[in-house]
Design a protein around this ligand. Sequence first.
Ligand code: ATP
Ligand code: MG
Length: 305
Amino acid sequence: MLRIENLVKVYKDVRALDRLNLEVKPGQVYGFLGPNGAGKSTTILSLLGLVFPQEGRIELLGEEVFQNGRFDEGKLVKAKARIGYMPEHATLWEFLTPMQTLDVIGEAFGIPKTERGKRAKELLQLVNLWEVRDKKVGKFSKGMRQRLLLAQALINDPDLLILDEPMTGLDPKGIAEFKEIIREQRKAGKTVFFSSHILAHVEEVCDTVGVIVKGKLRVEGNLDNIKREFLRKAGYTIVLETNKPVDFSGTEWNVTPLGEAKYRIVAPKDVREEVHDFVASQGVKILAMQVKEPSLEEIFLKMVE
Ligand SMILES: Nc1ncnc2c1ncn2[C@@H]1O[C@H](COP(=O)(O)OP(=O)(O)OP(=O)(O)O)[C@@H](O)[C@H]1O
Ligand SMILES: [Mg+2]
């Protein structure tokens, strides 16, 4: 659906993309995560031929749109006809209503007048703006604006949706609504690629996450796998309290005493059962056992550090 190979983009003295590799498969909802300035927008703009990378290869919907330092305009136009794009800093016409907005956009896409009204209705219902279809956009909240921008991006019934920070600035309710719409898009068979610098935006909605840091993809995969992999490296931490001291010599765990009969145990995996048996074998009772798992946010921060 979308493949980027060794993409390099240098702006004057900034190496914004440093041999970036990334792949989005059909039907995926891919969360493109990275801190500010990591190169997310540069990646997206490159995909659409809106900035010119120096090296690498881009394949969009089966078309090789960029190679040998140049875009193939014909292939790019062909691919883009099947793409919906929501830019990071989009503006809406404040004095138009959602119906009028979609009519203008639909006209620009060459959709006949008779079909435009029908399409606008479908889209406004989809993004929950049908009730305010005749209100001026100028009075809309951030969440309403973002949903209208998404409706715009869907006007050509695209197979691939590319959204640059679509949830930034939304409150938790706005985020939940937006995620629900994305889930519906997935059900309708669309592929979604969206960027964010906030982990919570990709949670529960993306099946795959790629983390970009300084123009390079650092990690890619399913969020649970990323978490497991991180835990394997960082280690599971268990805090154990017992009714009397335990002799941990001979175990492979990294044990630090925290008190008379209180310990911190770090192991490469979840060893709660083993700890339980080990302690019991010394006739000691467990008073409390707690696993300290880092939150996803902590993992993300560690990754981008
Ligand atoms: N037109 C430009 N000219 C010069 N440098 C640029 C330009 N656009 C982006 N950069 C630089 O390239 C790097 C990547 O920027 P980019 O906007 O792609 O990051 P981003 O991940 O989208 O960040 P954000 O989360 O802030 O949107 C940054 O260091 C940025 O300052
Ligand atoms: Mg950006």
